[in-house]
Design a protein around this ligand. Structure first.
Ligand code: SF4
Length: 336
């Protein structure tokens, strides 16, 4: 039994909830497109980086919106859409897989690992990824990122770790958040890619460093770096339209992170900020990336839309709203 396994899901999921990227294939497991989007993205992501895949994925689903249509599409068209992404065998395998799924499985991905492994272009990693991401099955997709995370936590050479044994012997601990197996599998990959990076892991701000043997072994970190998390204070000002239950959102903010996301109007706390005309709602702590944020939340009811803002209907469950913003929504929703 490895001691770290009992804390891993909670800590990794906490990090993920606050830092996950908004990727176009990350739809709810209840969405009708989940299976097609996940199969397509998993094929595209084999040996290719996320940022390269995003425009190809978006274009592909625009041209070929469903698994059924994919199965009926001419291979030349598929290869054309794949042009520039490389490893064209993946496109051919994807096409064959879609045909087999439609013909033999009524268009529904089987839930059995051994059956999934029979599809062309699907190996151990992709099979486990699909079982977790489509069906919330308790599996871990062991890609290079995830192997590196485990290897660093144990401070042991990857080649000396029996990953199957590690996962099987710790199933109860690793999959205790039963309704979040999908998120856990995905969070591990994301965590490996963004925090426990191949070069220069972001150990100082990592929320599992206390349980990480690699970190502990690097005593020099403790001497050289200030281990305290950087804490910053921010005031967040939200315009609310009470009648229509709407909030004013903008695409820009001055926080220097989440720049592409819709966020409520945000100002760094400064002497210039005039908080007098705003209603104070609450103060709370939040984590984003390597920052610990001390948030003061203010609101004002308004019927007029401020410049450069759009009214946005409160939808706490919208997948494309960042968790950071959703947490603000939760607090504001008490006012309606
Ligand atoms: S402390 Fe560093 S090495 Fe350990 S899991 Fe976190 S980022 Fe990876």
């Amino acid at each position: 039994m490895h001691k770290f396994t009992h804390i891993l899901p909670k800590k990794i999921l906490y990090w993920y909830d606050n830092n996950k990227r908004l990727l176009p294939w990350r739809v709810s497991i209840y969405s009708k497109n989940v299976q097609y989007y996940r199969i397509l993205s998993e094929f595209m992501l084999q040996q290719t980086q996320v940022k390269t895949v995003i425009p190809y994925f978006k274009n592909f689903i625009k041209e070929i919106p469903s698994l059924k249509i994919l199965s009926q599409t001419n291979e030349n068209k598929i290869l054309k859409l794949w042009e520039g992404l490389g490893y064209y065998r993946r496109a051919r395998h994807l096409h064959l897989t879609s045909k087999m799924l439609i013909k033999n499985y009524n268009g529904v991905l089987p839930k059995d690992y051994n059956l999934i492994m029979k599809f062309p272009g699907i190996g151990n990693y992709t099979a486990n990824a699909l079982l977790a991401l489509v069906y919330n099955k308790p599996t871990i997709a062991l890609d290079v990122n995830v192997k590196r995370v485990f290897s660093r936590i144990l401070n042991k050479d990857e080649k000396k770790i029996n990953f199957d044994e590690l996962i099987n012997n710790n199933k109860k601990k690793l999959f205790k958040s039963k309704n979040r197996n999908k998120d856990f599998a995905e969070a591990l990959i994301e965590f490996g890619a963004l925090v426990c990076r191949p070069k220069e892991p972001r150990c100082v701000n990592c929320n599992i460093k206390k349980n990480c043997k690699y970190f502990k072994s690097k005593n020099k970190f403790k001497k050289k770096l200030n281990l305290k998390t950087i804490e910053k204070s921010y005031d967040i000002f939200c315009y609310l339209n009470q009648k229509n239950k709407k909030i004013a959102l903008t695409k820009t903010n001055n926080l220097g992170f989440l720049n592409k996301s819709n966020l409520p109007m945000i100002k760094a706390q400064s002497k210039k900020a005039n908080n007098k005309n705003w209603n104070f709602l609450c103060n709370y702590k939040s984590f984003i990336s390597n920052k610990k944020l001390n948030i003061n939340l203010y609101y004002k009811f308004s019927n007029k839309l401020p410049l450069q803002f759009n009214w946005y209907k409160f939808e706490k469950n919208n997948e494309f709203i960042p968790t950071f913003t959703k947490n603000i929504f939760k607090r504001l929703s008490k006012l309606f």
